[in-house]
Design a protein. Structure first.
Ligand SMILES: NC(=O)c1ccc[n+]([C@@H]2O[C@H](COP(=O)([O-])OP(=O)(O)OC[C@H]3O[C@@H](n4cnc5c(N)ncnc54)[C@H](O)[C@@H]3O)[C@@H](O)[C@H]2O)c1
Length: 256
């Protein structure tokens, strides 16, 4: 993922205050903390200990304290973290208080499900426009939004100030769609198509591929089966062959 801005990408420098330089792994965990904090707030909790929040988010508490220290948030001894304040701090660092407009391109099976999901708004995102190349889909309404032809992307990108593009087209069209999104100034792309996209410096791409996640789980299933098949094997053999104590964080074990 590139850290540099492409000369052709409109600069938004100066629009936001300087942010702390956070490790990518910390950035990836902040949304987990945020989700847990919202659940705590909804159930009437005003404060939470680092151990409580770490357990809710599925990480170890030392890691959580380190992550939050990057935000200048240390909690209060004997009290813990102020839930509302920590929500505010994390949302501010993630830029969620700006409600970024999302364009969804490809309104087939997956696109329909994404467009129909009401949960994005409560987590800081607004699907602002839907696009497809199939004229039979144009005009269809999903969750209050009308499907536009992809040719209308330049006009609507300006009108809606589109910031993030989600690609849910077949892999064969994904690069062309990415190029179109970049051409209208989109600098963040979430790609569901099973392919690697080439983008200019300054454009961030994240990929979601459930098949890859399943293949990684398959490897771990395979490995567990091969270890338990060994003579005299059991949970202790699994631990020693794995090279130490079992992890307390099952998500770490699959390398996410
Ligand atoms: N990431 C995941 O976990 C995951 C899961 C399921 C599907 N997928 C992928 O998501 C993509 C969509 O899957 P689907 O089942 O919804 O496919 P689909 O065929 O039902 O829908 C694809 C849509 O994209 C549109 N499209 C094609 N080219 C286009 C273009 N140039 N511009 C705009 N729209 C265009 C088509 O008209 C169609 O409506 C595929 O690449 C699939 O492999 C990923």
């Amino acid at each position: 993922m590139s850290q540099h801005r492409h000369p052709g990408v409109p600069s938004r420098a100066g629009a936001v205050p300087a942010l702390p330089d956070l490790p990518e792994a910390t950035v990836a965990r902040l949304p987990e903390y945020l989700r847990s904090l919202h659940q705590l707030a909804e159930t009437g909790h005003e404060t939470v200990s680092s151990e409580g929040l770490a357990a809710a988010a599925g990480v170890n508490s030392a890691k959580l304290r380190k992550d939050l220290s990057h935000l200048g948030s240390y909690g209060t001894r004997g009290v813990g973290y102020d839930v509302a304040l920590l929500i505010e701090q994390i949302e501010s660092v993630l830029g969620l208080n700006q409600r970024r407009a999302v364009a969804l391109v490809g309104v087939g099976n997956l696109g329909h499900a994404l467009a129909g999901y009401a949960g994005f708004a409560s987590r800081g995102f607004r699907i602002a426009a839907l696009f497809d190349a199939d004229r039979t889909r144009v005009g269809e309404e999903i969750n209050g939004l009308v499907v536009h032809h992809i040719d209308e992307l330049p006009r609507i990108a300006v009108e809606e100030r589109l910031a993030i593009g989600v690609i849910a087209t077949p892999a064969g069209s994904a690069q062309a769609v990415a190029d179109q999104l970049v051409a209208v100034g989109v600098t963040s792309i979430l790609n569901f198509a099973p392919c690697v996209l080439a983008v200019p410096d300054g454009v961030d791409v994240r990929k979601v591929d459930l098949a890859i996640e399943l293949q990684i789980l398959s490897f771990h299933e395979h490995r567990k089966a091969s270890l338990t098949a060994l003579p005299g094997s059991g949970p202790s053999a699994l631990t020693s062959l794995a090279g130490g104590a079992p992890t307390t964080d099952p998500q770490e074990a699959i390398g996410t």
